[in-house]
Ligand binder design. Structure first.
Ligand code: C5P
Length: 234
C-alpha cells in the first residue's frame, strides 16, 4: 500500500499555489491536496497544471448530493486524471456507489475514492442536538466507515486518533487519510485532536494531510522532508 504525505495547498489562488510549489527542487514532487477554496477560485486548470508538473493530486471536493448528480459530477472529475477524491458518507451507500460508478473510466481504472465520516469540527453535542443523531460520535464514525466499505470505497478521512478504530472495523486494507498532524515542536493552530507524523504511522494512517506545518514553515521543503522521514520511517 502506498503511504505518503499530502500537502494541503490551502492557498487562495493558482499563483500563490504555483509560487509555493516552485520552491521545491524539480526532482521532488509532493503529493498535494486541492480543496474547495482553490478549486472554486482557479477551476480545473490548476488541476491540469499540477498534473503537467508531475504532482499526484487529492481533489478534496467532499461531494454530497443526490446519487445521479454525484455520478455525473464524478464522470467529469475523473477526466482530470486526479489520484484521489472524496464524498460525504452521510450521502448514503447509494450515493457512494454512484460516485464510484462515475469515477470508473472505460478501461476500469479510477482514482481512489474516500469518504468523510464526521467532520472534526462537529462535536458530539452538536451532532446530537442539531442533527438529532442519538449515537456517540465514535459509533457514527465507525458506522459511516462501514457503509463506505460496503459501498466499495477505498477508505475514509478521519482523525489519526480514529485510524485504529476504523481499521479494526473495516480491515487493514481500508485506507485512512488523516489531517490533524503537527510536529511535537510546532503550533496546534485551530486543530484539536492532533498527533505527530511518527505517531500517525504507528496508529496506522495510510496518508497524512499536512497544511500549515509545511505551508507556513520558513523552509517548507525541509518541513516536508522531515514529515516524510518521520511518517515513512525513512
Ligand atoms: O493546516 P492544517 O495542517 O491544519 O491543514 C489540514 C488540512 O486538512 C486542511 O486542508 C483542512 O481543511 C483539512 N481537514 C481537516 N480536518 C478534517 C478534514 C479536512 O483538517 N476533518
Amino acid at each position: 500500500m502506498a503511504k505518503d504525505v499530502i500537502i494541503a495547498c490551502d492557498f487562495p489562488s493558482a499563483v500563490d499555489t504555483l509560487n509555493f510549489l516552485d520552491r521545491f527542487p524539480s526532482g521532488e514532487k509532493p503529493f498535494v491536496k486541492i480543496g474547495m477554496e482553490l478549486f472554486y477560485s482557479s477551476g480545473p486548470e490548476i488541476v491540469r497544471e499540477l498534473k503537467r508538473r508531475g504532482h499526484k493530486i487529492f481533489l478534496d471536493l467532499k461531494l454530497h448530493d443526490i446519487p445521479n448528480t454525484v455520478r455525473k459530477t464524478m464522470q467529469v472529475v475523473t477526466k482530470l486524471d486526479i489520484d484521489m477524491t472524496n464524498v460525504h458518507a452521510a450521502g448514503t451507500i447509494e450515493m457512494m456507489r454512484a460516485a464510484l460508478e462515475g469515477l470508473t473510466r472505460d478501461d476500469g481504472t479510477r482514482p481512489l475514492l474516500i469518504a468523510v465520516t464526521q467532520l472534526t469540527s462537529t462535536s458530539e453535542e452538536r451532532m446530537q442536538k442539531e442533527l438529532l443523531i442519538g449515537a456517540s460520535i465514535n459509533d457514527t464514525i465507525v458506522h459511516y466507515a462501514k457503509n463506505a466499505h460496503e459501498a466499495g470505497l477505498d477508505g475514509v478521512v478521519c482523525s489519526p486518533l480514529e485510524a485504529g478504530m476504523v481499521k479494526n472495523a473495516c480491515g487493514a486494507a481500508f485506507q485512512t487519510v488523516t489531517p490533524g498532524i503537527r510536529f511535537a515542536d510546532s503550533a496546534a493552530d485551530d486543530q484539536v485532536r492532533i498527533t505527530t507524523p511518527a505517531r500517525a504511522r504507528e496508529i496506522g494512517s495510510d496518508y497524512i494531510v499536512v497544511g500549515r506545518p509545511i505551508t507556513a514553515a520558513d523552509d517548507p521543503v525541509a518541513a516536508w522532508r522531515r514529515c516524510r522521514k518521520d511518517f515513512l520511517n525513512l
